[in-house]
Write a protein that binds this ligand. Structure first.
Ligand SMILES: [Ca+2]
Length: 212
């Protein structure tokens, strides 16, 4: 299998991983899902959603000890996106469901009961600069605080990419991913946000995508 032209070079050689791959495709597969162009919208019809908040595709692939997450948008992200009046932050996120637990709280509000992801990557624009963080929400399950760490990211035109060490999200054998774009009116940790788009719109994109 190893000599058959693997598209992605060096995967972690764990016994479980080798066993899975030897019975699946020899090519490291990128799990991806397309999303309609033009479906990004918010409740406030007076609010103009920008095409760079409209997701057209998202993908996840594991390369060695990192997950590589991509989001393609309907238009390039400007180097300095204009924040409309009242807007404090824009984000492009990847949320990770790695188990059945449902942490509650940051970066959503303390009373939030919708967002159960154990980990999330937030690529943020605050009006002055872009930054990217991995938010480990698992301490919330036991009354602790979310842990925030910087992660590598790239914005190449209409493509947003983030890199996450697998160990930082518990090296899960399988993970469900959802990409979103959001508009925050005060700050993280609140209910004051719109979510113009998500991919998938319902459910999760699962990695690995062709397990045997
Ligand atoms: Ca879309």
């Amino acid at each position: 299998m190893a000599a058959m032209g693997i598209a992605v070079a060096s995967w972690k050689a764990s016994p479980q991983g080798l066993s899975t791959r030897s019975t699946a495709s020899p090519v490291a597969s990128t799990c991806e899902i397309a999303d309609p162009i033009g479906d990004a919208e918010v409740r406030d019809q007076a609010f103009e959603v920008q095409p760079y908040q409209d997701i057209v595709r998202t993908s996840v692939v594991r390369v060695a000890d990192r997950f590589l997450l991509e989001m393609d948008l309907a238009a390039p992200v400007p180097s300095s996106p204009v924040l409309e009046r009242g807007v404090h932050l824009l984000d492009w996120t990847f949320r990770f469901n790695t188990d059945a637990s449902t942490p509650k709280g940051f970066p959503w509000s303390a009373g939030d009961h919708i967002h159960g992801a154990e980990y999330a990557v937030f690529i943020l624009w605050d009006g002055a600069s872009f930054s990217a963080s991995l938010i480990d929400r698992t301490p919330l399950l036991t009354g602790g605080q979310a842990i925030i760490k910087p992660v590598d990211f790239e914005i190449n035109g209409s493509e947003v990419v983030a890199f996450v060490d697998v160990a930082e999200i518990g090296d899960p054998p399988t993970v469900g991913v959802r990409a979103t774009t959001d508009i925050w009116f005060t700050g993280l940790g609140t209910d004051a946000f719109f979510q113009p788009d998500a991919a998938p719109d319902v459910g999760l994109l699962t990695w690995p995508c062709n397990p045997e």
